[in-house]
Design a binder for this molecule. Sequence first.
Ligand SMILES: [Ca+2]
Length: 347
Amino acid sequence: MLKRALLRAATLAATLLLLLLEGTGAQVVRDPRKRMAAAAAPKAPGKGQCCDEVRSLKVQVANLTSLLEEMSRRQENVVRQMMELDHQTRQQEARVTEAEAKYSEINNRVGIMQLQAAQAVTQTSADAIYDCASLYSRNYKISGEYKLPADEFLGTPELEVFCDMESNGGGWTVIQRRKVGLTSFDRDWKQYKKGFGTIRGDFWLGNDNIFRLTRQPTVLRIELEDWEGEIRYAEYQHFTLSNELNSYKLFIANYSGNAGQDSLRYHNNTNFSTKNKDNDKCVDDCAKLRKGGYWYNCCTDSNLNGVYYRYGEHTKNTDGITWYGWHGPNYSLKRVEMKIRPQNFQP
Ligand SMILES: [Ca+2]
């Protein structure tokens, strides 16, 4: 539309220019046969008339020129408006995408809540639910918080757990997590016995609970993440704790994984120590030096219940969350999870 108007204006201007040239006597004669006639033709009408025509044509040309300029200005405006509209459309599309992502996230959460509500129904069957693996085998395959029912026969209370139903086949009951960094792990014997923290954030499930869960042959999986976002794991095909009378002594065997040299092996066959119970194999008080509860030897090859240091703050201390086989004694990890499942678990 605009183009056509511009074209028409340009054609008009050209015609007028031609007329103007002819009017000024610039003898534009295309046909050679007419050239002689034109030359022989009497002089153009009176000088005054000619100049009037030229003047009026000049005015028209000037008008047309300004019209053209005006149109080209308008065209620029239209282009600018179109670009602005395009930009707005793109912004709106981005907003819609974001809203859709949020919607689907909420939808997922609702799904998980529904599943969890469904599984809250009291279990009366003989095969009781005592860990995440038994939940998994009953088709609860979404990671999240679950409530394990109390077991009257064993005299154990109801227990809130976090189930990892994804890593390496799922069915994992998480027994420890470090990722937020606001919960202190420098706790006493009683707190490590019962457990502390929040099940969705940082926590220790409790030595009594871990002891109870590892009475059947159990696999331990440790996941580690550094501040560059790299993730490694260590798995032990055999993991058991002894009871409180035996200071929750650790037994592990059959390491596999990609977390460098096995850094829990050094802690095998040692008792659990806390700041108020020194059960380590050292003249030092390792729990106080390393500021956590752990199976301290003399003292550490790993300190997964150590102090949470943020990136850049962990180069001078030996009490951080360490795994010597990967990042050495002075690098405190960003995230750690310890999780267990029965050896006979079938994904
Ligand atoms: Ca000691």
